[in-house]
Design a protein around this ligand. Sequence first.
Ligand code: IPT
Length: 265
Amino acid sequence: RTLGLITTDLALHAPSQIASAVKSRAGECGASVLISMVEHPERCQAALQELLAQRVEGLLVNVPLDDPQAEHIRQLAAPVPVLFFDVSPEAKVHRLAFDAEQGATLGAEHLLSLGHRRIALLSGPESSVSSRARLAGWQARLAQDEIVPCAIAHGDWSAASGYEKGHQLLAGSTLPDAILVANDQMALGVMRACAEKGVAVPGQISVVGFDDTADSAWFSPPLTTVRQAFRIAGERSVEWLLSGSTDALWQTQLPVTLVERHSSA
Ligand code: IPT
């Protein structure tokens, strides 16, 4: 049995950990996985045709797609079932996703409970559904306490962008108390910028990430972050595709958890 995975850049930690989980669970089930990596969402269609030509019996798509793009891919693939990881809950497609709103709320509440009020946001790319959902979740939770973020920046998920935007966020006359960062790789870059400026984490600034990818416990200081259990996502998705009961619309939201380490105080 053969499954296909269309994924965004595997140089990023989260997609590579999802791909790894998909591969190992499929292996345990006696299935193989063909992986196609796309640099741009528009390349999804071509990747789909290539995988269908190789007779995959189910497809996983971990590329940020808007609703019409995802629905179009689903139609093109039919009757082969497609499961999406990075689409909005409104898309009429099979979807397995982490609860972005819950994750954003957990991160914001953690900082509020520590007494922080001057909070900066480092979001992901505006083109990504999940990135927009995390940003909206942070803003909504802060608004409940009548807090407007002291600054908002957008990175591209990479540590390099976190470093660059981190320097921007630290450049003002008053430092933020804390920075909510949309993923751990950007948080790594932010902490590097803090170190260069001589700003102590968590003494002067708390930093909270999102993902809990495997390396985040080894950052310096170890990163407080919102854990998305990528292994479980990989396992559940493969099990569903191989279950054969893929007709009814399947939409599953996986919970996330706050992992408190030493980058926040
Ligand atoms: C999302 C990660 O949280 C982020 O760090 C980045 O790697 C992004 O993927 C790449 O698309 S997780 C995704 C399943 C929403």
